[in-house]
Design a protein around this ligand. Structure first.
Ligand code: SAM
Length: 258
């Protein structure tokens, strides 16, 4: 029976074999990799992944699709986790974990933040996302796309955009372009923020009102003397700061105390 794509689960199924091949080639699965695919759908990527892997985990929320996947692939090589990837405990899977998927666009940002919490168990992540989101993930300072998502993900991961995929590769076709992005966790010694929750608050404040200067947006955290001590111009906007600058600000605030 035909599966009717469910909008609320962000279902756009890959139907272009060339695109599937390019993505799987970019992932380069090795037979003994610990891999999990998020949102396998009808199995467009699952099938070629299983052809190269001894075993694969998948996390899928749609019961109808789970029944189909189980019928199509059996249970020896494939472990199906039924549920919401946003709540899935990735620590239950063997590390180092490789995470892949053609993600439902409506949950991509919260899912990336959820996965960031498991970064120390993850080897790499390769996702298809809305191109606009990928541009924000990989954006550099002083560009329009640079913001909270860029800083918080680049703090933890080396990020790179691999290639774009046009709407015609999917059924139904989405309204927007997609891109493949890779995120590789940085080593623990590179994560030098003493208080990550504080770093998040500083970054959120700096980008909360993009047109305002740091003097205004970071008023709650920093006085002029603090900016002077760090050699950061308080008349700049948040978009001019590098990830390292944000870490220096958060560490300064943390060391100084409230
Ligand atoms: N990978 C398939 C493909 O490339 O054809 C399907 C991609 S489709 C864009 C997204 C898939 O994620 C759907 O199968 C959908 O049911 C599933 N999904 C949506 N929300 C989810 C969630 N919160 N947790 C797990 N899977 C989810």
């Amino acid at each position: 029976m035909e599966h009717r794509a469910r909008k609320r689960f962000g279902q756009n199924f890959l139907t272009d074999p060339n695109t599937v091949r390019r993505i799987v080639d970019a992932i380069r699965p090795a037979s003994d990799d610990n891999m999990v695919e998020i949102g396998p759908g009808l199995g467009a990527m699952t099938e070629p992944l299983l052809a190269r892997l001894e075993h694969l985990h998948v996390v899928e929320i749609d019961r109808d699709l789970i029944a189909r996947l189980a019928m199509r692939f059996g249970s020896e090589q494939l472990t199906i986790h039924e549920g919401d990837a946003l709540k899935f405990d990735f620590a239950t899977l063997a590390a180092p974990l490789r995470v892949v998927g053609n993600l439902p666009y409506n949950i991509s940002t919260p899912l990336l933040f959820h996965l960031a919490a498991f970064a120390d168990r993850i080897r790499d992540m390769t996702f298809m996302l809305q191109k606009e989101v990928v541009m924000r993930i990989v954006a550099e300072p002083a560009t329009a796309d640079y913001g909270r998502l860029s800083v918080m993900l680049q703090y933890r991961f080396r990020v790179g955009r691999l290639f774009d995929v046009s709407p015609g590769a999917f059924t139904p076709a989405p309204k927007v372009m997609s891109s493949i992005v890779r995120l590789v966790p940085l080593p623990p010694e590179a994560l030098n923020a003493t208080d990550e929750a504080l770093l998040e608050r500083v970054v959120a404040a700096a980008f909360g009102q993009r047109r305002k200067t740091l003097r205004n947006t970071l008023r709650e955290f920093m006085a002029e003397a603090d900016f002077l001590a760090l050699g950061i111009d308080s008349g700049l906007r948040g978009e001019r700061l590098t990830v390292g600058d944000f870490v220096r600000i958060a560490n300064h605030v943390s060391a100084r105390g409230a």
